[in-house]
Design a protein around this ligand. Sequence first.
Ligand code: CA
Length: 235
Amino acid sequence: MPVDPSTPPRLLVVEDDEQLSVNLVRALGNAGYLCERAASAADARSAPTRPDLVLLDLGLPDADGLDLLRELLERWPGCPVIVLTARAEEMDIVIGLDAGAVDYVPKPFRLAELLARIRAQLRSAERDLDPALDGHLSDGHLTVDLAGHRVWLDGAEIQLRAKEFDLLVTLLRRRGTVVTREELMSEVWDEHWFGSTKTLDVHIAALRRKLGEQAADESRITTLRGVGYRWEADG
Ligand code: CA
């Protein structure tokens, strides 16, 4: 995590497609990031310093990308990893997120979208260190008092049921990050949940309504069908 704001964030780009990797590193450099390139799992393993964020292509020639993901997180606990994947299948995405990736971007991707996801993760990593928040979460129009279980929208208190509150806090704490349905079920409901997750969608709908969001496409909570939900970070 960038301690000194004048130091550009360091990214590790793990991608075996040379053309893509070179273009990506150039674009990230133009966007103000310091990048290190790794063309294989072996390269990534030998990266000398902890990056502020990793972009990881799951399809690598010398290792299973998911195994490498777990290894990197063991070495650098808490380091945000965004998975780049041509395998857009739902299961791969879910497994990647379960293995500790914070977000995923399916290939082919638009650069602007990737840059927005990187910014969101770097901001969220910084915010985790922010002592000023002191028991409160805040996001634009919304303020949450964690201990008091109270929520204000544009200064007016709104009433949430216990599960809606837990859901809001779980999503807000990991804003910009995909939280899978399974994670939400186990964190908000019960850690041994094996039943229907329909109740999750019902609670999300109630939460959106109470947050004054009429249409799903204007919601701060993005639905990732079959995968989970993501609270969109500002910007
Ligand atoms: Ca690849």
